[in-house]
Design a protein around this ligand. Structure first.
Ligand code: NAI
Length: 338
């Protein structure tokens, strides 16, 4: 085992030297909850990302197996596994980006809010570790209910004196991925050509697709708008019911998380014009957190874009979304404050 470690360290050094000679930059990425339904395919996708030089896979169970498996892929990133709370600090030290899909998923009949009790505590513990070991890392928070876990993370970081609102990003990318797919289906286009902004939050009516702002420009009938809005808002439930007790979206979520993490890494590298939707600390509405388009750069979410012109249907949706979001945000904040 120690010779394995030595070989691994020398391989990291070789790659660091290569970068110093002008090779591609590489970032250190940790996945917390890496042995889960999302974590495993996400680990595979991050191992395939050329921007990742070191990949840390942390979980409270089964991470050694996932690590051994993923580490055999002949791509650039060096993979290391970490098992259990006592290895959390080693998993986090030196990380540039931390992606968190740790926690329990929904079963049929459950709302994302039903997960609060278990996942709130998990997110709190993990964020305390981040505050201590990699306070400047960008965080991609996937664990549900995102509308509450992001405020929880913010409170933990505030308490620790490390809160940087630009670096805490709730992952709502799956809503955008679904919206692009469903809209492309209706328009008869390739989903890769479609861009649907989805704002608000990540649960039921808080998921607000702005169909009036779809690119390429297009128009929908009232029936299509209602069908698309309902399907995008309930996409998660569609998967939960189809899986019939075996969990929630994992493969499409891993894809969405990898796409979002890649955007964050390109931002960190200094690429211009990287814009994605994310649930962040925001002044776009009167609520302290809100999902909208953000520009990703070296400092994280460097610019938060306003919602743009909304039609009447979207304005009504926005009011509904804000009402529910306010309660979920408050629930997260008071979990830490009380
Ligand atoms: P899963 O149960 O398959 O995997 C979760 C993993 O987290 C397990 O391997 C478990 O051991 C691990 N874990 C539990 N406690 C931990 C701790 N204290 N530290 C580190 N790891 C821990 O669940 P799945 O399907 O991967 O979902 C994970 C989370 O992602 C759920 O909360 C789910 O609701 C959420 N999710 C979020 C989406 C989004 O769009 N933001 C979409 C789909 C799911």
């Amino acid at each position: 085992r120690s010779s394995n470690l030595q070989m691994e360290e020398s391989s990291i050094l070789r790659r660091a030297n290569c970068r110093a000679k002008g090779g591609a930059p590489g970032f250190k990425v940790a996945i917390l909850g890496a042995a889960g339904g999302i974590g495993q395919p996400l680990a595979m996708l991050m191992k395939m990302n050329p921007l990742v030089s070191v990949l840390h896979l942390y979980d409270v169970v089964n991470s050694p197996g996932v690590t051994a498996d993923v580490s055999h892929m002949d791509t650039g990133a060096v993979v290391r596994g970490f098992l259990g709370q006592q290895q959390l600090e080693s998993a986090l030290t030196g990380m540039d980006l931390v992606v968190i899909p740790a926690g329990v998923p929904r079963k049929p009949g459950m709302t994302r809010d039903d997960l609060f009790k278990i996942n709130a505590g998990i997110v709190k513990t993990l964020c305390e570790g981040i505050a201590k070991c990699c306070p400047h890392a960008i965080i991609n928070l996937i664990s549900n209910p995102v509308n509450s876990t992001v405020p929880i993370a913010a409170e933990v970081f505030k308490k620790a004196g490390t809160f940087d609102p630009k670096r805490l990003l709730g992952v709502t990318m799956l809503d955008v991925v679904r919206a692009n797919t469903f809209v492309a289906e209706i328009l008869g286009l390739d989903p890769r050509e479609v861009d649907v902004p989805v704002v608000g939050g990540h649960a039921g009516v808080t998921i607000l697709p702005l169909l009036s702002q779809v690119k390429p420009p297009c128009s929908f009938t009232q029936e299509e708008i209602k069908y698309l809005t309902d399907r995008i808002q309930n996409g998660g439930t569609e998967v939960v019911e189809a899986k019939a007790g075996a969990g929630s979206a994992t493969l499409s979520m891993a894809y969405a998380a990898a796409k979002f993490a890649d955007a964050c890494l390109r931002g960190l590298r200094g690429d211009a014009g990287i814009v994605e939707c994310s649930f962040v600390a925001s002044q776009v509405t009167e609520l302290p957190f809100f999902a909208s388009k953000v520009r990703l750069g070296r400092a994280g979410a460097e610019e938060i874009y306003p919602l743009g012109p909304l039609n009447e249907y979207e304005r009504v949706g926005l009011e509904k979304a804000k009402k529910e979001l306010a309660g979920s945000i408050e629930k997260g904040i008071s979990f830490i404050r009380k």
